[in-house]
Design a protein around this ligand. Structure first.
Ligand code: UFG
Length: 333
């Protein structure tokens, strides 16, 4: 099979490319490098640099390559930025997906696995969150991802393009063998920031709010290892290939960890002190997000195997301390 990976130079997309190549698939990567890294693209993948909103560019890729299915990771994904620059998110995420679906339709490519988000739910009424619960995004980012899902739903009906939408909870960790990992500029996610603090690149980690209605007062999230997350994408590809109907699945671990628990675990894993200071709540943060991933387990046969929080942080630490400056600094022993 030849798989087109859009956003294959990004954090999650690059992990998909490595696992697809491990499984002997032919992989075609498209990335604009707006947020991705050229060094993150597997050397054995065919690579095209360009923007998915550029119809001519995308047409050329679909003409040159014999694409069987698409993995779509290409999107802006910062909640805070999306509130400041909503039109950037509608353009890149929603319009980009429109151009992609048009191109897939014209080239008779009818299978797509799509990265969606827990942000489609907004503040949940209860946890764990199941896929049939109300969607009520509280950010432009979440709204664009929900809109992209809806575009796929109608395109499935009209054109027979089958999709699987995977709603990620908090993705973290890195490939065990350490070639690729998380490198966002700027970094906003908890685990990389905690590990940058362990590396003394930051003086302290600021805890955004200690007055939530949780046991220790800090927000609770459901962390999932990036490699387990990609396993689900590969299963979703097989599911569609075997004639599965379009579906939406949550991807999480069914467990929640507080910000303080993450910092404490990182202290144990790294053996570093990791100073923490108390800060204001970050606007828009729900207090508790925990997935029910039972549907993905039942229908896709997904079985996450690396979801212990220690393993996630160990693998992330392996990447961060060997690449203290991400891709730009090269690897250090
Ligand atoms: N946090 C801190 N200090 C920091 C950074 C984060 O206390 O310096 C806290 C946040 O307030 C939050 C938790 O750590 O409670 C996790 O924050 P992240 O930014 O790592 O992750 P989010 O839960 O905000 O975001 C994730 C995904 C988004 C997605 C969102 C859905 O990264 O793409 O879940 O709610 F949209």
């Amino acid at each position: 099979m030849s798989i087109l990976v859009l956003g294959g130079a990004g954090y999650i997309g690059s992990h998909a490319v490595y696992q697809l190549i491990d499984q002997n698939h032919r992989v075609v990567v498209v990335d604009s490098l707006e947020t991705g890294h050229r060094q993150a693209v597997h050397p054995d993948a065919a690579y095209y640099q360009g923007d998915i909103r550029d119809k001519q560019f995308l047409d050329d890729v679909f003409t040159k390559e014999d694409i069987d299915a698409v993995l779509h990771f290409s999107a802006n994904s910062l909640v805070g930025e999306s509130m400041q620059q909503p039109l950037k998110y509608f353009s890149n995420n929603v319009y980009g997906t429109q151009v992609l679906l048009e191109t897939m339709k014209e080239h008779n490519v009818n299978r797509i696995v799509f990265s969606s988000t827990a942000a489609t739910y907004g503040e949940p009424e209860t946890v764990p969150i199941t896929e049939d619960m109300r969607t009520n995004p509280e950010s432009t980012y979440g709204e664009t991802k929900l809109t992209m899902e809806k575009m796929m739903k109608w395109c499935a009906l009209a054109y027979g393009i089958k999709y699987v939408s995977l709603r990620y909870f908090n993705v973290a960790g890195a490939r065990k063998t350490g070639e690729i990992g998380e490198d966002h500029q700027p970094e906003t996610h908890l685990i990389p920031i905690v590990l940058q603090t362990a590396l003394e690149q930051r003086k302290a980690i600021t805890i955004f709010g200690e007055d939530y209605d949780t046991e220790d007062g800090t927000c609770i999230r459901d962390y999932i290892h990036v490699e387990d997350l990609i396993d689900a994408h590969l299963l979703a590809l097989s599911y569609l290939e075997n004639g599965g109907e379009s579906e939406i699945f949550n991807l999480g671990s069914n467990q929640g960890f507080s910000v303080k628990q993450i910092i404490d675990t990182a202290r144990k894993v790294t053996g570093k002190q990791i100073p923490a200071v108390s800060g204001e709540r970050r606007p828009g943060d729900p207090s508790v997000l925990i997935a029910s991933a039972d549907k993905a387990k039942r229908i896709l046969g997904w079985q996450p195997s690396r979801t212990s929080i220690e393993t996630i942080i160990e693998d992330a630490w392996n990447w961060h301390h060997t690449h203290p400056h991400g891709y730009d600094g090269g690897a250090e022993a």
